[in-house]
Design a protein around this ligand. Structure first.
Ligand SMILES: [Zn+2]
Length: 343
């Protein structure tokens, strides 16, 4: 497994430094599985503390369809043949059809009872309820439509990450057609196993544990890492070690993941992030073909003008830019994980 990094230096006379001749590096890193590169650039900014959203929360709460009791009155209901109860509930979570679906089986889980939850204040129990209710939905859809093998639980938290409703919610998809990520990775996981006789994630864990630079923690069931070539400004990868599909797994595994996820979110909040995307991927049965794993990427607007963190390079070249070294994120998160999980 190769962790390839190429440093490219740009040389210029620097107006910020008396026009001294300056050399500035770009670290171009190639993902060991996909061969896709990400660039870590020099851009010395500090994120300011996030804007206070409590006013927006107050306003949007008035007409929020995910708050109780509106969630039981204003959200769509499933046809009886899919979910006979109309909606699925579990603790704080309510699952209902996505009124603006992304696929034939596309649902939303309103996760929390509270309308506005700050990123460092997620109740682990509420995350668990959302994820377990999501798993239950995917399990039922897969039982009825076994061809829907591409399962995912996803999250756009806050408008900066594409969330159009403030109330924390997850999006569930069970499709017979894979997304680009699912198709490419299914092929790459298979190719890797054919070429090496081992599973990619097992080898990645071995490598990262030995190197120690991007390894965050091994909790009961999950290994947490920062990716060498991140898919966003920072990227946290959770690999489910026994790789059991999420629709078959023990609840304790989802509980373990929820605690790890809440810990990552607390770490990101400490870095002044206030928004993130999450995707938890799984196959229904053959976890070797598509091992269960999740990725969490913070989102932000860049000062001073609030520029998007996605520009032409990612949008059109499919090349992620970041200003944060994965090794630094891993180190910071590892301290927090130690406090939460011990070890
Ligand atoms: Zn709400």
């Amino acid at each position: 497994m190769e962790f390839r990094s190429v440093i490219k230096n740009a040389v210029f006379y620097d107006p910020f430094n008396n026009f001294q001749k300056t050399q500035r590096p770009t670290d171009i890193r190639v993902d060991p599985l996909t061969g896709r590169s990400s660039r870590i650039i020099y851009f010395p900014i500090t994120l300011p503390p996030p804007a206070d959203q409590s006013r927006l929360a107050e306003v949007t709460k008035q007409f929020c369809p995910f708050c109780r009791p509106a969630v039981f009155e204003k959200t769509p209901r499933f046809p009886e043949e899919i979910i006979k109860e109309g909606r699925l509930t579990r603790g704080s979570a309510v699952v209902f059809p996505n009124a603006f679906p992304y696929d034939a089986h596309s649902a939303v889980a309103a996760v929390t009872e509270g309308h506005y939850v700050k990123m460092d204040a997620f109740d682990v129990r509420e995350l668990e309820d959302g994820l377990l209710a999501g798993c239950e939905y995917l399990r039922r859809v897969n039982a009825l439509y076994p061809q829907c093998v591409h399962l995912s639980i996803n999250m756009n938290y806050m408008p900066t990450a594409g969330g159009s409703i403030l109330h924390p919610h997850m999006q569930l998809i069970a499709g017979d057609l894979p997304t680009n990520y699912q198709r490419e990775h299914a092929g790459l996981f298979l190719e890797y196993r054919k070429a090496h006789g081992t599973d990619y994630f097992s080898d990645l864990i071995d490598q990262e544990e030995r190197r120690g630079q991007r390894f965050i923690a091994r909790t009961k069931n999950i290994v947490w890492l920062c990716s060498f070539a991140p898919l966003g400004i920072a990227e946290f990868l959770a690999i489910f070690e026994d790789a059991t599909p999420i629709i078959q797994t023990d609840e304790s595994v989802i509980q373990d993941f929820s605690l790890g996820m809440a810990t990552v979110l607390r770490y990101l909040a400490s870095m002044n992030f206030a928004s993130f995307n999450m995707a938890l991927f799984s196959a229904p049965t053959d976890s070797r073909a598509f091992p269960t794993h999740a990725r969490i990427v913070p989102r932000t607007l860049l000062p001073p003008v609030g520029a998007s963190d996605v520009n032409y390079l990612e949008m059109l070249h499919h090349e992620v830019l970041t200003i944060i070294k994965p090794e630094e994120s891993a180190k910071g998160a590892a301290t927090l994980f130690k406090g939460v999980f011990g070890g």
